[in-house]
Design a protein around this ligand. Structure first.
Ligand SMILES: C[S@@+](CC[C@H](N)C(=O)[O-])C[C@H]1O[C@@H](n2cnc3c(N)ncnc32)[C@H](O)[C@@H]1O
Length: 373
């Protein structure tokens, strides 16, 4: 497909502007082909070449960003922030922050990103806060327990898949820039989307290093066919989900593991004890009501689990752990509880306030000690 002169260039500028940082040619092509369907990747490459260095700046092999004075002068200190114990929480879009943070200055990432990519938009959050549903649904209560709202999604359309792919590929590139070699990245996922997330992050250059399984009874799956549950009473559309995958990645090492550990303090996982290495199956429970009362966020993760993964993420217990989707600040609370420095990023003003109030409270609750399977 051939487009009028300027269309491709404008689409590239629009995407790089929204991205706020660098992006690869492949990522730019993927993003703009949603707007200009059928655009050839060779046109994207030639527009980038033709307009570099006037409009674009080459930041690495096959990577570009918009050439704007503003980006050169920007720094993360312009974002509102608060400190709670050893944690620093910023109110910002994580993509902006990541593109402005000093390179090679983070030793681990532990995060639980949005998956519908819609459910944490201003519009959907307003509907959730007004109790008007939207993409959020409240699962039926039983046993006298009221369940937390869950985002609805069961099937990924091709467009959803492309959006997820572009989002996580871009996240991976930006994380790769701020991470030191050997840094661990643990990303909460779910069995429906984990394959897309894993391939997108791997495409960004972070190495896939397996999965940590959090065993937990979730409210996903197990339902009979909608509007035909009596007719097909012995059928579940999907298996009832009883685990949550936490995808593990690593920024490629600088030399051998031992060299990397000496130079960067990263390149492995902290053991539970001399006898017990960190394992990849962690027994867990849904977040207790006592924690949900302290930090009412719809995707709150439990302290008992978070403290285990955060502790393990820094092999020598030195460095800073980043959560780019901090929500209620539960991961920062877990980092405070195990004595680590941490940074959290949260774009939503109400969750930013919630996190400020919750971190100390969540960090001080006693939790049952490590419970290996
Ligand atoms: C799945 S929740 C994480 C909840 C967290 N696990 C907890 O225990 O509180 C994802 C969070 O990321 C935030 N978020 C979404 N997009 C963001 C972005 N681009 N930058 C920073 N935060 C973002 C949402 O507002 C939401 O609070």
């Amino acid at each position: 497909m051939t487009y009028a002169p300027g269309n491709v260039r404008d689409a590239i500028i629009g995407y790089l502007d929204a991205c706020g940082g660098e992006a690869s040619t492949k990522e730019i092509h993927l993003a703009i082909s949603r707007r200009l369907s059928g655009v050839a990747s060779s046109s994207v490459r030639s527009y980038l070449n033709l307009n570099t260095p006037n409009l674009f700046e080459r930041t690495g092999r096959g990577k570009y960003r918009l050439k704007l004075e503003a980006y050169e002068e920007a720094s993360v200190s312009r974002f509102p922030s608060v400190e709670v114990g050893k944690a620093t929480l910023y109110q910002c879009d994580c993509f902006d922050w990541l593109s402005q943070r000093e390179p090679q200055s983070v030793q681990a990432v532990v995060t639980d990103p949005p998956y519908g990519l819609l459910e944490y938009s201003g519009k959907e959050q307003q509907k959730l806060r007004d109790g008007r549903g939207g993409v959020w649904r409240v699962p039926p209560s039983f046993d006298g327990h009221v369940r937390s709202p869950l985002p609805r999604f069961t099937v990924l359309t091709e467009n959803d898949r492309l959006q997820l792919q572009a989002f996580f590929c871009r996240l991976g590139y930006l994380l790769g820039r701020v991470l030191v070699p050997g840094a661990n990245v643990l990303v909460a996922s779910n069995p429906l989307v984990s394959h897309v997330v894993a391939s997108a992050i791997a495409e960004s250059g972070l190495e896939p290093r397996g999965v940590v399984i959090r065993t937990v009874m979730t409210m996903r799956g197990g339902d009979r066919p909608k509007n035909a549950h009596l007719e097909f009473s012995d059928v579940s559309v999907m298996p009832r989900s009883m685990w949550e995958p936490w995808l593990v990645f690593r920024k490629p090492l600088d030399g051998r593991v031992q060299d990397n550990l000496r130079k960067w303090k990263t390149g492995g996982f902290r053991r539970l004890s001399a006898e017990r290495p960190f394992g990849d199956v962690i027994k867990s429970n849904p977040t207790p009501a006592s924690e949900r009362r302290l930090a009412p966020h719809p995707s709150l993760k439990p302290q008992a689990f978070l403290r285990q993964v955060i502790r393990a993420s820094l092999p020598l217990g030195e460095g800073v752990v980043l959560d780019p989707f901090a929500g209620s600040g539960s991961s920062l609370a877990a980092a405070n509880a195990v004595g680590y420095e941490s940074i959290g990023l949260e774009s939503d003003a109400q969750y930013f306030e919630l996190a400020q109030a919750s971190i100390e409270k969540l960090a001080s609750i006693p939790v049952q000690q490590v419970n290996p399977v």
